[in-house]
Design a protein around this ligand. Structure first.
Ligand code: CTP
Length: 401
C-alpha cells in the first residue's frame, strides 16, 4: 500500500549501520511509490554504501555535510521542504544525537529544523537495542512526537539473534504510506477549538485571570489543521498564536465573548474541543473608572459565567464534543462527572499531581476518559505529541459516526 506517498516530499536519512545497504531498495521503493526523495547520509554511512548509488537512485545530489568546502547545504530549507523525514537505518549514536540536539551532522541539523513528521527506523545489535540509554533516547524522541518504526526480530550482523534489525524496506514504505495518508483524515471537517485563559475585567486596568498559556489548545488546533480540517481557534488572551493556513483565529478576552463565539459557530461544525481554561466567575459589575484604594479590605462580588462546554453539549446534534478536566484530587470521578454533566464524547484529564503536566509546561500527561470503564492512560509527552494522541482519538470517533 503506497498510495499515500504519491508526490510526497521525503528526506531519507541514512546512518552508519550495516543495514545502510537496504537504503538503496528503500529509495527505489519510495521513488516507485511516486515520492520525491532527497538523501542525507552521515559520513559513517558512506563507509557502508556509496553516495553515488543513492544519488543515482534518487536522481538528486546526496547531502553528507552541512558545508562541503565551497558551498553550504541549507538544512533549514531542506527541513521546511519536506512532508516527512525518515531516518533508516538509525544507529544508536544518531538516536542519541537526535534525542539530545547534538547537531554535528547535516542529518541532525536538518532534523532540528524540520517542521514535518519524523519517522525513525532503528538498527542495532540486541545488546545496544535493550540498553537503558537507547530506551530513554527512544522515549525522548517519541515524546517529541517522532514515530518509531518497530524493529525486526531475527539474525543480527553480530551473529546474535533477537530484536534490533531494521524493519524491511517494504514494511517501512507501508508504515509511511499509512502515516502520511492518515494525515488528511480530517479533510472536509470543521473543528472549533477554544484555548487559553479568559480575563474577567474588574475595572479598566485589572482583571481576574488564570495561568493557562493556550499551548495545548493551539497544538490541538494545529494537529487538526495538519490533518486537513478547517479549524476555528477561539483564543483567550495568550502570547501564542497559530500561523497554519487551515487555522483562523478569533481572539476573545472574557468568558462571555468566548461563549458567544463558540455558540454562534457550533451549528455547522463537526468537532468542538474545549481546551480553554474559562473563568467560572466574573465580577458582577465592571467599574468604568480605576478603583481607588481605601481603608480596609475590598470585596468584589462575583457571578457565575456561562458554561460553554455544557451549552454546546445541550445544543449538540451530530457534533463531537471534547472537554478537558484539570484536577488535583478525586481525578477520575471528577472528570467522569464533567463528562456526563456536559454531554461530552470524551474528556481529557490532566492531574496537577503529575510532574510536568498542566498549565505553562511544554509537556503534558493525560488520560482519555470515554466512560467509567473506558480510560486510556498516556505517558508524559510534549504538548504537540499529546495533541496527536487526542486527535487520533477524535479521528476514530469521526470514522465511527
Ligand atoms: N468549560 C467551559 N466553560 C466554562 C467552564 C469550563 O467551556 N465556563 C470547559 C473547559 O474548557 C473544560 C471543561 O469545561 O473543557 C471543564 O472545565 P473545568 O473548569 O475543569 O470544569 P468545571 O465544570 O468548571 O468544574 P470545577 O471548576 O468544579 O472543577
Amino acid at each position: 500500500m503506497s498510495g499515500g506517498l504519491a508526490s510526497k516530499k521525503i528526506i531519507l536519512c541514512i546512518t552508519g549501520s550495516i543495514a545502510a545497504y537496504k537504503a538503496a531498495s528503500l529509495t527505489r521503493l519510495l521513488i516507485k511509490a511516486q515520492a520525491e526523495v532527497r538523501v542525507i547520509m552521515t559520513p559513517s554511512a558512506c563507509a557502508f554504501i556509496s553516495p553515488l548509488t543513492l544519488s543515482t537512485l534518487s536522481k538528486h545530489d546526496v547531502h553528507t555535510e552541512v558545508s562541503d568546502g565551497n558551498s553550504w547545504n541549507n538544512h533549514v530549507e531542506l527541513g521546511l521542504w519536506a512532508d516527512a523525514m525518515i531516518v533508516a537505518p538509525c544507529t544508536a549514536t544518531t538516536l542519541g544525537k537526535m534525542a539530545n540536539g547534538i547537531a554535528d551532522t547535516m542529518l541532525v541539523a536538518t532534523y532540528l529544523s524540520a517542521k514535518c513528521p519524523v519517522y525513525i527506523a532503528p538498527a542495532m545489535d540486541l545488546d545496544m537495542w535493550i540498553h537503558p540509554s537507547t530506551k530513554s533516547n527512544l522515549a525522548k524522541l517519541e515524546s517529541y512526537g517522532n514515530g518509531i518504526i518497530p524493529v525486526g526480530n531475527g539474525e543480527l550482523a553480530s551473529g546474535l539473534s533477537g530484536e534490533g534489525r531494521m524493519a524491511e524496506p517494504e514494511d517501512i514504505v507501508t508504515y509511511l504510506s499509512i502515516k502520511l495518508a492518515t494525515n488528511q483524515d480530517l479533510a472536509g471537517k470543521k473543528v472549533i477549538v477554544t484555548a487559553g485563559p479568559t480575563h474577567e475585567a474588574i475595572d479598566p486596568v485589572r482583571f481576574i485571570g488564570n495561568r493557562s498559556s493556550g499551548k495545548m489548545g493551539i497544538a490541538i488546533a494545529e494537529e487538526c489543521a495538519i490533518r486537513g480540517a478547517k479549524v476555528l481557534l477561539i483564543l483567550g488572551p495568550s502570547n501564542l498564536s497559530s500561523n497554519h493556513s487551515n487555522v483562523s483565529t478569533i481572539k476573545v478576552t472574557s468568558a462571555e465573548e468566548m461563549y458567544q463565539s463558540a455558540v454562534s459557530n457550533f451549528e455547522d461544525c463537526h468537532v468542538a474541543v474545549m481546551a480553554a481554561a474559562v473563568a467560572d466567575y466574573t465580577p458582577q459589575t465592571v467599574s468604568d473608572i480605576k478603583i481607588k484604594k481605601k481603608e480596609g479590605d475590598l470585596n468584589i462580588p462575583l457571578k457565575r459565567t456561562k458554561d460553554i462546554a455544557a451549552q454546546l453539549g445541550s445544543l449538540k446534534k451530530n457534533q463531537l464534543l471534547i472537554g478537558f478536566a484539570l484536577e488535583t484530587n478525586d481525578e477520575i470521578s471528577n472528570a467522569n462527572r464533567k463528562l456526563q454533566k456536559k454531554n461530552l464524547d470524551f474528556i481529557v484529564l490532566n492531574s496537577l499531581n503529575d510532574n510536568g503536566a498542566g498549565f505553562q509546561h511544554d509537556t503534558n500527561k493525560i488520560r482519555i476518559i470515554k466512560s467509567e470503564s473506558d480510560i486510556k492512560e498516556y505517558p508524559l509527552k510534549s504538548k504537540p505529541a499529546v495533541a496527536i494522541d487526542i486527535v487520533d482519538e477524535i479521528v476514530t470517533l469521526v470514522k465511527e459516526s
